[in-house]
Design a protein around this ligand. Structure first.
Ligand code: PA5
Length: 476
């Protein structure tokens, strides 16, 4: 049976609330509806075809089936699960874990419904080395899930080479398959070659689904299922939202209206999009959103090839924490932001605040109140304060945080991104600007051969060094 639905609330962007200079008038809203409504059937098709087939994921029973088969195989002997991946191959895993498992999941054996989970999405040697010190004596009960569609990503490849060597030295080459799951392209790529060579168990990064849209594939689902997250509910929530974001009525379609509002403000010089969950559990979803929004919408070209240089800048903040860090700027700094606040109705936990000591009667207003009530009062208070300063805000309201509502949230923001890309008239699904840095890294790390037909990696490396080495004239 379907669970409760998340809701999208947008009154606080209206001119009636925040004034005509910064608010959206009734006429402008009608114009947004006119402009965006024709995109609804387009996006409905787009997310099922081509390079953007993430819309197929919630309805594909094979994905959950293959994930569950490997969970059954690996979970009984696994005390620690280590995900090696970066960007779209890590941020969703982290977000799901933090949203749906308790804060103390890794620390408290009584709270764990599966192995401890560690996600490594960086190559800081001090950080990784410290973890290696911890995990080396525990390798017997540790499974590594290396996730890379290409297998060429330097960060993931280097981590995996270290882990592979360590496991082979300890257990023997033929035992690697007992401790590693590779999630990669079905047929091609470096990691597929390695997996085939070593006979590893594999899961598939589906064709036509970019990393940042892949959390509802085996990329995100394996670590989620291993740690006891209900992936069927996650997918059911996403499927529920799929129906809502394909509704042809603009005013009933939360992704269409959300994107229309965001891009309306982008076009009026509010180019910063802040996501501020009033929930520590959802904070990592603001990180996931940053990648989704930045890589999808930050583009040099329009679809017709004309120069664009467009893209809102996504920023993450945490309520109530950042009220004591950012809100001064948000209210009195430039009015160049649109705020997406996440509000939770039922935190699933009540913590009563006791009466203050007699010497501190000024704290009486907190006595006997629930901590969640305080957090939600702070959300309303900040929303009110932002509106008083004519700052536009929308809210995504969660009845509670569970796999079903989180699945809805994921699909809502994936579809919002598709609508926003269409409104900006850019290719939402590529990320060409990431490539130069990747190639430059290859060159600096001594890759052999040609970077381009007329330029070797060695020559390219010399050029990079000439431009980036510290010039002593400017060092103080
Ligand atoms: O969204 C994306 O496409 C990227 O963030 C990739 O996921 C990231 O670069 C990792 O790539 P790969 O999975 O090939 O290692």
């Amino acid at each position: 049976m379907a669970g409760k639905q998340i809701q999208f609330y947008y009154k606080n962007v209206l001119a009636d609330v925040i004034g005509p200079e910064h608010g959206i008038t009734a006429q402008q809203l009608d114009e947004l509806a006119k402009q965006t409504t024709p995109l609804i059937p387009k996006i409905k098709d787009e997310i099922l075809t081509g390079n953007s087939r993430y819309g197929l994921l919630p309805g594909d029973p094979q994905i959950a089936k293959s994930v569950k088969a490997l969970v059954k195989h690996f979970k009984p002997k696994c005390e620690n699960l280590v995900v090696l991946g970066i960007g779209g191959s890590a941020l969703g895993n982290i977000a799901l874990q933090n949203a749906l498992n308790p804060f103390t999941y890794n620390l408290d054996n009584n709270k764990r419904k599966g192995p401890r989970l560690f996600v490594f999405d960086n190559i800081d040697p001090a950080h990784f080395g410290s973890f290696m010190d911890f995990i080396t004596p525990r390798l017997g009960k540790t499974v590594f899930n290396v996730i890379s569609k290409s297998g060429q990503t330097a960060e993931t490849a280097s981590q995996f080479m270290i882990v592979q060597k360590m496991l082979e030295t300890r257990f023997g080459k033929e035992k690697l398959k007992d401790r590693v799951v590779a999630t990669t392209d079905l047929e091609k790529g470096t990691l597929r070659k390695i997996a085939t060579d070593a006979g590893l168990h594999t899961l598939v990064v589906p064709d036509g689904v970019g990393g940042r849209f892949s959390v509802l594939s085996a990329v995100g689902l394996f670590s989620a299922a291993m740690t006891g997250i209900n992936i069927d509910q996650l997918l059911a929530g996403a499927a529920d939202m799929h129906t809502r974001v394909t509704n042809p009525d603009f005013f009933k379609n939360p992704a269409a209206i959300n994107a229309a509002i965001q891009i309306h403000y982008y076009n009026r010089n509010k180019r910063i999009s802040v996501m501020m969950p009033y929930s520590s559990a959802l904070y990592s979803f603001a990180d996931w959103y940053r990648q989704l929004w930045a890589e999808s919408l930050g583009k040099k070209y329009f679809l017709d090839g004309g120069e664009a240089y467009v893209g809102p800048t996504p920023v993450k903040a945490l309520g109530a924490t950042d009220q004591h860090s950012q809100v001064q700027l948000y209210r009195e700094g430039p009015n160049d932001k649109i705020f997406t606040l996440l509000e939770i109705q039922d935190f699933g936990r009540k913590i009563r605040i006791p009466a203050p000591p007699k010497c501190a009667r000024e704290l009486n207003y907190l006595a006997k109140k629930d901590m969640g009530e305080l957090l939600n009062a702070e959300k309303k208070a900040t929303e009110f304060a932002l509106c008083e300063s004519n700052r536009p805000c929308v809210t995504v309201l969660f009845p509670k945080i569970d796999a079903y509502t989180v699945g809805q949230f994921i699909f809502l923001f994936e579809a919002t991104t598709s609508f926003a890309g269409a409104l900006l008239d850019v290719n939402t699904y590529d990320q060409p600007a990431v490539e130069l840095g990747k190639q430059a890294t290859f060159a600096l790390m001594g890759k052999a051969g040609q970077y381009t037909p007329d330029r070797s990696y060695a020559d390219f490396a010399a050029e990079i060094r000439a431009k980036t080495e510290f010039d002593a004239n400017f060092v103080i």
